[in-house]
Structures are given as structure tokens and as C-alpha cells.
Ligand binder design. Structure first.
Ligand SMILES: C[S@@+](CC[C@H](N)C(=O)[O-])C[C@H]1O[C@@H](n2cnc3c(N)ncnc32)[C@H](O)[C@@H]1O
Length: 399
């Protein structure tokens, strides 16, 4: 009934810890009498002024959006991942994390428990992707590189775009992709020539078949460990090969455009030099290269998550106008004026049945009818555009 509504096991120590954290609270609420080495270390580094660690052992606040969902959302000590309801002493279930990422409940994740956590935590929220796809003045066809489970693709599908092929190195990620997005996938390392060539072939075929439909490359290479070594020759560095492959794909395919997505840390890596190098490498391949920093909480997603988006425009038809925000945190209200408040964790999750740690609630029923348009959207009772229109109708009149 509610696929992947599975809560992870917690050690007896973690259960004890989790019980002492109130909604909106963090490690500071945990009594010192609880014998935890990790907590001891957190207290020491906090006292030494090495950062506030304010999300560690955090319990979500029901009336605020979640913090960024990462791949460790089942571990209480690695962020703010404890369920907002103080009667439930556990971390987020996979379905709850997927909802906070704006994956609809009918999107089923496949693979081992830890693989599923990675697919959810790594994804671009489909609702953000949808609002990006909608700004283009056409509905194109796309290849999704580094596709993962397909968060980016799901948004483009909602916007009426057509998938051609997806590539990822992880088989189980593509099992999820095949089941939910499209069956044409190629498993393998993009640096492998045969994988690279299959993608090129498939795209060229699609272009021949539908020459009037613009072709886009979406997705972005992971840039951890990216090296600039201060010069352009470092593009030959092994660590930069994923990016080099990406660029080679753009040069070979000459698509009408691309959507390159990455973590915001990319802008600061190596004092900004990594981003500058990526920008300088991609710039000659396009007519316009547009950079946006988008915050998911401003696009109807119940989560604070920022992503850098580079839009490459080879056709010269794309305007540098990011999607218009629809929601905002109260502290952002001066920025955008009269918008609906950011969607909260409780608004996103309150219809999902309670769980114990290590319980699989996939066969349970929803607790009640949707209490918020976000729940109706997640349950596929209304489509994405209707949900966004609902938010626009009920703006925050007090701001
Ligand atoms: C940040 S995730 C992508 C998330 C995806 N865009 C989404 O919205 O769901 C990056 C992906 O790159 C894949 N990847 C890493 N190295 C790769 C390689 N050499 N070839 C192909 N895929 C790779 C990873 O398995 C991972 O799924």
C-alpha cells in the first residue's frame, strides 16, 4: 500500500538517545549520563568552538521543513533525521525521506536497504526538476547521465518530456529507474568506451526519428575529489575524467541544451577554482551558459536543499529566468514578498502510519485522507501543476 515505508533498526543506545530529543531539539537535549563516545566527541568539539553541530541527533520540527536529506537519513547521529512525532522514537522511514524529496508514493525503490537510502539521498527533488523543465519553451527529449534512481528524470517526465536512455554505474539504481521512468537504461561506467558509444548511438537514433524535438542532456557528474591543480591541463587528471566524459558527450552529441546539476559546495571547492574551471570548460560548447542556485524549500518541497544548476543553451532560445519561487521560509519573506510559507514536515508526512524501528509498514494503510495538498500530490491524487497552483492560491497573507 505504501511502498518502502520501512524504518531502520536502531541500537539500544541509539533508542535511548532518540527518546530524549524533543521535536526541534538536538544532541544538546541528551543527558550526559547516557554513555556514548560519539556524544562525548560532539561535546568536546563544540566546547572547542569547532562548529555548532546543530543538526546532529536532531529531531525534525513538525512545523518547519526538513534539513537536507542525505544518504544517512537512517542514522540519528549524522544529521536531523529523527521522526518529528515525539511518540515515535526512530529515524525517518525510506518512504518519509522519499516524500521529503518529493518522490510520489507510487515511485518504488529497488535494491538493498543501503542502496535505497543512497538513491533517495542523492536525488534531485523531482518537484524542483519539474519546475526547471517547465521553464523551457518546448517539451524535449532527454538522456539522463549519472541518473541514479531518476529524481531529475521524474520531474522532466511530469513536464511532458520524453526519456531516451539513462546511464548509471549502479545496477540497482537503474532497476528503480526502469520500474518508474523508462526501460531504456545502460548500466556501466561512463568512462567505458562501449557504454559511452551506446549512449551516443541511442541519442543519434532518437534525433533521426524525431528531428523536431529538442535533445537535452540532463544530470551532472559527481565532482568530489575534483582537482584543478591550478590549470586547464588538470582536465587530464584521473579524478576529473567523469567531468571530461560529460564534456565529451556534449561535444559529440551537440544537443540543443543541457542541465548540469551539482551540490552547492562545488562553488567553493578550491577557493572557487573548481567551479571556474568547469564553467570555462563548458562555456565554449554553448551559446549561453546560465548558472542558478535553487533552494528546494522555495519550490514547494518540504526540505531545505540547495543545488547548483548550469543550463547550457546551444539553441540560443533559453532565457536566463529561473523558475519563479512558490514558497519561502519566514526569514526569506523580505526576499520574495507574498508567498506561501515553506511546506513543513508535518504537512508532508502526517498521513503516513506510525512505525517502530526496524518495522516495515509497506502493507499498512494511510492514516486518513490527505490533510494538505502536498499529501494529495504525493498520493497522485493531484498532479504537480495543480499542487503548485494550490500553493499560489493560498499565499501567506500576513507577510
Ligand atoms: C548525485 S547522483 C545522481 C542523482 C540523480 N540525478 C537523481 O536526481 O536521482 C550521482 C550518480 O552518479 C553515478 N556515478 C558515479 N560514477 C559514475 C560513473 N563512472 N559512471 C556512471 N555513473 C556514475 C552514481 O552511481 C550516482 O547514482
Amino acid at each position: 500500500m505504501i511502498p518502502n515505508h520501512y524504518a531502520a533498526r536502531l541500537s539500544s543506545l541509539d533508542r535511548l538517545i532518540v527518546q530524549s530529543v524533543p521535536p526541534g531539539g538536538n544532541w544538546k537535549a541528551i543527558p550526559e549520563s547516557i554513555p556514548s563516545q560519539r556524544l562525548k566527541q560532539i561535546r568536546i568539539s563544540y566546547a572547542a568552538g569547532q562548529g555548532s553541530r546543530s543538526t546532529y541527533y536532531g529531531r525534525l520540527h513538525p512545523n518547519a521543513p526538513a534539513y537536507t536529506i542525505n544518504t544517512y537519513f537512517t542514522r540519528p547521529g549524522n544529521g536531523c533525521h529523527i521522526h518529528y512525532d515525539e511518540r515515535q522514537h526512530r529515524t525517518l522511514s525510506q518512504r518519509e525521506a522519499a516524500r521529503l524529496q518529493s518522490f510520489p508514493d507510487k515511485f518504488v525503490f529497488y535494491g538493498s536497504k543501503s542502496n535505497i537510502n543512497k538513491q533517495i539521498g542523492n536525488a534531485v527533488p523531482p518537484l524542483v526538476a519539474y519546475q526547471i523543465a517547465r521553464i523551457f519553451p518546448f517539451k524535449g527529449q532527454f538522456v539522463d547521465l549519472f541518473s541514479g534512481a531518476g529524481g531529475l528524470s521524474q520531474g522532466f517526465l511530469w513536464a511532458g518530456w520524453s526519456p531516451i536512455i539513462a546511464n548509471d554505474i549502479e545496477e540497482s539504481f537503474l532497476a528503480t529507474y526502469r520500474a518508474n521512468i523508462h526501460e531504456s537504461v545502460i548500466v556501466g561506467d561512463i568512462r567505458d568506451k562501449s557504454v559511452f558509444n551506446i549512449i551516443i548511438e541511442k541519442c543519434k537514433e532518437a534525433r533521426l526519428l524525431k528531428p523536431d524535438i529538442p535533445l537535452f542532456v540532463i544530470g551532472g557528474p559527481p565532482c568530489q575529489g575534483f582537482s584543478t591543480a591550478g590549470n586547464r591541463r588538470s582536465m587530464c587528471d584521473d579524478r576529473n575524467w567523469l567531468f571530461s566524459q560529460y564534456k565529451a558527450m556534449i561535444e559529440e552529441l551537440m544537443p540543443d541544451g543541457f542541465v548540469f546539476e551539482n551540490v552547492p559546495g562545488l562553488m567553493n571547492m578550491d577557493g572557487g577554482r573548481v567551479f571556474k574551471m568547469i564553467y570555462d570548460e563548458l562555456r565554449p560548447t554553448v551559446k549561453h551558459l546560465i548558472t542558478w542556485k535553487l533552494q528546494a524549500e522555495m519550490y514547494g518541497v518540504p526540505q531545505r536543499r540547495t543545488r547548483v544548476i548550469l543550463i547550457g543553451d546551444l539553441s540560443g532560445t533559453i532565457k536566463n529566468e529561473p523558475p519563479i519561487p512558490v514558497t519561502q521560509l519566514s526569514k526569506q519573506s523580505k526576499l520574495c514578498g507574498n508567498l506561501h510559507p515553506a511546506i513543513t514536515v508535518k504537512e508532508a508526512l502526517s498521513d503516513l502510519p506510525p512505525l517502530e524501528p526496524e518495522e516495515d509498514g509497506s502493507n499498512k494503510q494511510y492514516l486518513h485522507e490527505p490533510e494538505h495538498p502536498y499529501q494529495a500530490f504525493m498520493r497522485s491524487m493531484i498532479p504537480a501543476d495543480k499542487y503548485l497552483k494550490e500553493l499560489a492560491k493560498s499565499k501567506n497573507v500576513d507577510s
